[in-house]
Design a protein around this ligand. Structure first.
Ligand code: DOR
Ligand code: ZN
Length: 406
């Protein structure tokens, strides 16, 4: 049992959290508990890409980042585009300590969606390469009552130019490719009565479009909210590291996105945790640099930092990175995250649990520290500097996270 201040409905109240063991540990007032984070868009890789990440390292990265529930993407190697492979994946993930949900890939035969449903898969992930047959997919998803999670970029608006740095990526995959896709799928969703979730949206116009709809939801990533195409390159000092899909946008667009998080129009934050090795990400050329960054160990910290700096309140942090994604994933929260609000953390990728030990946020200072995660009555993660505080609760299942504090 631990006694801790808990944030609920805008108020801090002292409660006792049930944990294995009967002694009561009184945590100091600077430690608060909130519902653990839920990240509906991650790539845990494994199989043919376990050098980038595997289910074990990915789930440890989740716990280190305060995340107890993930929605995993099907662009694995081989890609998950049928129920047989989906079942293999679900079995592989069954021993993980975190709550695991899989988004199925679009099968060549859409009748196979029924097979997904019988495995408990409630969502399918649509990539730009599936865009040709988007209307059929939307119809079939509506019939099977599945949510479509779409990476919405219209490939007919892509270009193929080469450039000296990753800024060319935003020319090749312009904002209008996102807008064109969004206009089309929103209309199709309304016509066919489908539920659509637009993931990693970077176009503020799309957020305004879907604001009052309960059939269409969106998420935004912290890299699109906090980095722009110029600032990222300056910070990482590598010409192509900042390549990501969809691309980082201009400072003006980024600030418009951030404004929509602050005014409450963004309802979900996701990491799009896309681990690649440092060797793959650095010192390469435009074509060969794989897109994306690891995000499971930075998203919650960066979001809480916005709270500590007074840009959003704590209730919103909990809504966008716990309550609302849990609704889409259809998972009930069973975990609490303990935060030291008087300490701080410098993002140090060399300490990541992910195999991808790099980040565009390397060296950023955040005004909080994630010190423990309790799930199902067990302490699953603890910051090494707080081990004494949680003495007696640490078991073989506890991940002890080293963290660099300031
Ligand atoms: O940047 C990205 N990386 N965007 C995607 O859509 C895929 C992801 C990956 O799997 O690496
Ligand atoms: Zn992704």
């Amino acid at each position: 049992m631990i006694s801790v201040r808990y944030f609920k409905d805008g108020e801090l109240i002292r409660i006792k959290l049930k944990v294995r063991g009967s002694t009561v540990i009184e945590l100091p007032d600077n430690v608060i508990a909130i519902p653990a984070f839920a990240d509906m868009h991650v790539h845990l890789r494994d199989w043919g890409e376990s050098h980038k990440e595997d289910l074990n390292s990915g789930s440890r990265a989740a716990l280190a980042g305060g995340v107890a529930t993930v929605g995993d993407m099907p662009n694995t190697k081989p890609p998950i585009r049928d129920p047989d492979l989906a079942l293999r994946r679900i079995k592989d993930a069954s021993s993980l300590k975190i709550n695991y949900r899989l988004h199925g890939g679009v099968p060549t035969d859409l009748n196979l969606l029924k097979g997904y449903v019988s495995l408990g898969i409630r969502s399918i992930k649509v990539y730009p390469e599936d865009y040709r047959v988007i209307e059929e997919i939307i119809k079939a998803a509506a019939v099977n009552n599945m949510t479509i999670i779409i990476h919405c970029e219209d490939p007919s608006l892509f270009r193929n130019l080469n450039g000296n740095d990753s800024r060319i990526h935003g020319v090749n995959r312009p904002l209008d490719a996102e807008f064109s896709c969004a206009l089309r799928v929103i209309q199709l969703a309304l016509i066919h009565g489908a539920r659509i979730h637009l993931t990693h949206v970077t176009d503020p116009r799309i957020i305004d479009l879907v604001k009052l709809s309960n059939r269409i939801t969106i998420d935004v990533t912290m890299h699109h909210l906090l980095l722009d195409e110029d600032s990222c390159i300056e910070h990482v000092n590598d010409p192509f590291y900042c390549k990501v899909n969809p691309p980082l946008r201009s400072r003006l667009i980024r600030l418009e996105l951030l404004r929509r998080l602050i005014n409450g129009s963004v309802s979900i934050i996701a990491s799009d945790h896309a681990p690649h090795t440092s060797g793959e990400k650095f010192h390469s050329n435009y074509d060969n640099t794989p897109p994306g960054f690891p995000g499971l160990e930075t998203t919650g910290l960066l979001l809480l930092d916005l709270w500590r700096r007074g840009l959003i309140d704590l209730g919103r942090v909990i809504d966008v990175y716990s309550i609302n994604p849990l609704k889409i994933l259809e998972v009930n929260n069973d975990a609490q995250l303990l935060i030291d609000t008087k300490s701080s953390t410098v993002i140090d990728p060399s300490l990541f649990m992910s195999k991808a030990k790099h980040s565009p946020f390397s060296g950023w200072a955040t005004m909080v520290r994630l010190i423990g995660l309790i799930k199902g009555g067990e302490l699953l993660m603890v910051d090494s500097d707080y081990e004494k505080m949680f003495a007696g609760l640490i078991s073989n299942n506890t991940l002890i996270k080293l963290s660099r504090s300031i």
